[in-house]
Ligand binder design. Structure first.
Ligand code: KG4
Ligand code: ZN
Length: 338
């Protein structure tokens, strides 16, 4: 089937046409307009600014995507319905409702997090086998999810305060790096020493699979205040990255030992982090001895995009989970089907 995907939950406006036939996924076209530079001025995403920009971009992107005016050839319209910023989500949702009504095509309200999960299936030579243990790390979420099949998600752990990406962004701000901080910190970390500064590894020993990153951020703030100009920012970036990667890897390892998955995947914006990928790959190899496969999305699909929304939409269409184009509403706290 051929699905039109629409994403506007945060600071990227994106649309894609994706074809899916069983295990074969083909990206027909994909377009994206990023607002990152616009929000960098404020040091974070401003929801109303995001919404205004999405509204300006949606028709430009629809045109660029080359979709026929009557929607010919499209079997379903998938749109991110949540979680995300309400003013931003609404733009994509209202567009999708209008197109669905005009073209008489089914409307699929996708969970943004299932989109991030689906991104791993795009371009994978051999798709992950179930059960899949998923570490989802983005700007808004840090979760360990057990996926027993398509559409079956069991949340086994989550952050109790800041998300991993949020921690990268806040620490970057503390040392004067621009938003988004993740790529900046990991670049600077290459020049620093990972053992240079002693930072906590919050909850690394706790018996559950939850995370907490706000204490780590506070520890960094204290160091910045104490050391002032003496602080070596590269060492700080390297030590901070090491701490986050240690916690994420250790918790994923514990979950792997308990749930015995056939595959482990990492996804979301923070999965662009090469150091995290390498650490997880090594851990999975060590634990599974080659029996457990490790996957991460194509680097172009780690951040928000519409390819992942279209594919998650195809999965959801197959489950028959559709929405009414007259009544669908964006849901800031949309939960993953449990
Ligand atoms: O998935 P995403 O694009 O948006 C959300 O759904 O939240 O994730 C964005 C987050 C930001 O916090 C950004 O700093 C982080 O992903 N990020 C990274 C890297 N690239 C992006 N964090 C660590 N290392 C990176 N290389
Ligand atoms: Zn995202």
């Amino acid at each position: 089937m051929r699905v039109l995907g629409i994403e506007s939950s945060c600071d990227e406006t994106a649309m894609a046409l994706v074809e899916q036939e069983q295990e074969v996924v083909r990206v027909v076209a994909s377009v994206l307009a990023s607002q990152v530079n616009m929000h960098a001025v404020y040091g974070g995403v401003v929801p109303e600014v995001a919404a205004r920009e999405h509204a300006e971009q949606v028709f430009v992107l629809l045109e660029q995507l080359g979709v026929p005016r009557d929607g010919r050839g499209i079997d379903a319209i998938a749109v991110t319905a949540g979680p995300g910023l309400i003013p931003a989500l609404r733009i994509g949702v209202e567009l999708a409702k209008t197109l669905s009504w005009l073209w008489k095509k089914p409307l699929v309200p996708v969970n943004h997090l299932e989109g991030h999960v689906a991104s791993v299936w795009v371009g994978a030579l051999k798709p992950p086998r179930f059960p899949v243990l998923c570490l989802l790390v983005s700007g808004g979420h840090t979760e360990l999810i057990l996926m027993r099949d398509f559409g079956q998600y069991e949340l086994i752990g989550m952050t109790r305060d800041d998300a991993a990406g949020e921690a990268f962004d806040k620490v970057a701000k503390l040392i004067g790096l621009p938003y988004p901080g993740g790529p900046e910190i990991s670049r600077l970390a290459l020049e620093g020493k990972r053992e240079a500064l002693e930072l906590p590894r919050p909850m690394i020993e706790s018996a559950d699979f939850d995370f907490s990153f706000s204490g780590l951020k506070t520890a960094v703030r204290r160091l910045v205040e104490e050391q002032g100009d003496q602080l070596n920012k590269a060492d700080l970036a390297a030590s901070f990255e090491q701490s986050v990667v240690d916690v994420l890897t250790e918790k994923t390892k514990r979950a792997l030992r308990v749930y015995g998955p056939a595959s482990v995947i990492v996804t979301g914006g923070v999965s662009a982090n090469r150091y995290l990928r390498a650490s997880l790959a090594e851990m999975v190899q060590h634990e599974g001895g080659g029996e457990i496969a490790f996957y991460a999305p194509d680097l172009a699909l780690t951040g928000d995009n519409a390819v992942m929304i279209a594919l998650a939409g195809a999965w959801q269409f197959a489950r028959g989970d559709l929405a009414d184009p007259l009544t669908l509403e964006a849901d800031a706290n949309k939960r993953l089907a449990l």
